[in-house]
Each structure stands twice: as C-alpha cells, then as structure tokens.
Design a binder for this molecule. Structure first.
Ligand code: FAD
Length: 275
C-alpha cells in the first residue's frame, strides 16, 4: 500500500468547535501517513481564508497539504491574488476546479470551465504548482454526453494538470472504463480514485443526487433495509467500500483519495483493512 498515492480530503470548519474537532480527526488520520491532505474551497471564494488557514495548520503539523481552488465567479485579478498568497506561503500543490455556485447566482466571473483555470495558473505561475483536477467516471451531471465530458477532461489535462482525482462512485467498472478511454485519448497522468465511505444513508443519497454519483440499486436497498440501525449501515458500508478499493488497487488504480467529511473512523477502518 505504501507505494500508492493515498490522500484525504477535509472541508474547512466554520466554527471554533469544528476547528477543534478537525484537529482531533486529523491527529488520528495522520497516523495512516497519507501522502497529503487536501482542503476544499467554497465556490465563489466563500471559504478562502478558512481553506488557507486549515492548509497552513496542517503544514505546521508537519504534513503536506493542498488547497482546492475553484474559479467560478472569480476574476483573473481575484484568482491571481489567491495564487500569490499560496505562493507566498510556499504551497506547491493544489486541486483546481470550476466549482458550483448556488442556484440563482448564474455563472458570472471570468472563468467558464476548469481548463481555463489550469491554463491561467500555468501562464501565471509556470511549474510552481502540482495541479490535480476532477474526473467523472459516471459523467459530470451537466455534461451533454459521456464523450463530451471525456473531451473536457482531456482538455484539462492538456492545459497542464499533473494528475486527476475522480468523483466518488460505487461501480469499479465505471472507473476502469473511464481510465481506459482517457488513456486511448492520450492522457498518461495518474487518475486517482475518489472514495466516499458509507456511514449514513440519508446523507449519501443527498450528496449523490447533487453530484451525479450513482448508488447501485442493491446497495440502496440494503441501506434502506437497515433503517436507523447505524451500526449495520456502517458495517455494510465498510465491507462494500473496502472490497471496491481492493478491486481498484488490484486493477491498477494509482491511489485512493478519501472524502473524509472531517471524520476519521470510516477512512481509518477501510485503510486498516487494505494494508
Ligand atoms: P469542469 O471541468 O469545468 O467541468 C464542468 C462541466 O462543464 C462538465 O460537465 C464538463 O463536461 C463541462 N465542460 C468543461 N469544459 C467545457 C467546455 N469547454 N465546453 C463545454 N462544456 C465543458 N467544488 C467546490 O466548489 N470546491 C471544492 O473544493 C471541490 N472539490 C472537488 C474535488 C474533487 C476531487 C471533485 C471530483 C469535485 C470537487 N468539487 C469541488 C466539485 C466540482 O467543483 C463540481 O463537480 C463542478 O460542477 C465541476 O467542476 P470541474 O472542475 O470538474 O469543472
């Protein structure tokens, strides 16, 4: 496992209590020795300071950390200022995204798609940053077709991204197929599988509807059958997700990126079964 690219994602906490809880979570997850932690960035810059503060705190604790940066609603000037701040803080790795503004906001800003952000980062900062981008094995929900979405992904890689992290999924075949098609289209960079542990079926259903990730029927029905029995949901989720991770790694996935939702238990349990 140590040869794999294993990373863990947090969101920046909004309250003092959340900050303290994340410190405890991070101390536990740091024992797994991930390659880096990443910290999400609220679209429109809503968490800009929280993202940077969290990244800097993780770095002071001696771990590598990457801020996410989303461009929707941003201007060249505002993104330039953020990149300068990252550089001034000696940050060399970031996850670059378009982001989604809440409905009703329109798109606005000077960037329409993530490939424009990657081009801008490379034009402004050369090779300073190692850039990861998002990939969608089950298609991004706004894409016109899987082929269009693949073309968009290839454009982001050609714009200068170093690697990709996928949206989460529970169907390993979708991942393998996507990687195969990306390779045929000339993408040679690592495509790390994004992993969402299953711990809460209502929350999972809500997230999945928003981001277009499919919960296979058999998993949905099993989860529903457990009702409020959270221990059974967690045990089942652990089995299902661990088996999928094993299959992904055996099938050549270069690594796993865990959407931790600022919780340590599920990621730790999966990871300990994999090593
Ligand atoms: P893009 O690559 O720009 O794609 C968006 C859509 O536009 C796709 O449907 C694509 O097919 C289409 N498209 C792209 N280029 C073109 C073009 N030239 N012409 C026509 N159509 C095009 N969101 C946040 O707000 N903050 C975060 O920190 C964050 N972190 C994330 C981390 C990961 C690993 C992932 C997978 C997602 C994350 N997201 C985050 C969510 C992400 O912002 C949304 O999924 C968003 O809707 C798309 O972002 P993108 O960078 O993939 O966009």
């Amino acid at each position: 496992m140590k040869t794999h690219n294993f990373s863990i994602e947090f969101f920046p906490p909004k309250t003092a209590e959340g900050i303290e809880k994340l410190r405890v979570t991070r101390a536990k997850l740091a024992e797994l020795k991930p390659k880096y932690f990443s910290v999400t960035f609220g679209a429109g810059g809503t968490t800009q300071q929280g993202t940077l503060d969290t990244v800097m705190e993780i770095r002071r604790e001696g771990h590598d950390a990457a801020p996410h940066l989303s461009c929707v609603g941003g201007t060249h000037e505002s993104i330039r200022a953020i990149l300068s701040e990252f550089k001034a803080n000696d940050i060399h790795r970031l996850v670059a995204l378009r982001g989604d503004l809440p409905s009703g906001y329109g798109m606005g800003g000077e960037f329409r798609y993530a490939n424009e952000l990657i081009e801008f980062i490379r034009a402004e900062t050369g090779d300073w940053f190692h850039i990861e981008v998002a990939a969608y094995p089950e298609m991004h929900p706004q894409a016109r077709s899987p082929q269009d979405d693949l073309n968009s992904f290839v454009r982001k890689m050609q714009a200068g991204a170093n690697a990709a992290i996928t949206q989460y999924f529970y169907n390993a075949d979708a991942y393998f197929r996507f990687v195969e098609e990306a390779r045929k289209a000339g993408v040679t960079a690592p495509i790390v599988a994004g992993i969402m542990p299953i711990t809460n079926s209502t929350q999972l259903q809500r997230f999945s509807e928003m981001c277009g990730a499919e919960i296979p029927r058999w998993i949905r029905l099993k989860l529903a059958s457990y009702g409020d029995d959270t221990a059974s949901i967690k045990a089942f989720g652990l089995d299902v997700v661990t088996s999928m991770c094993e299959r992904l790694l055996a099938g050549g996935a270069p690594g796993l990126h865990f959407y931790s939702l600022n919780q340590a238990a599920a990621t730790t349990a999966i990871w300990q079964r994999l090593v």
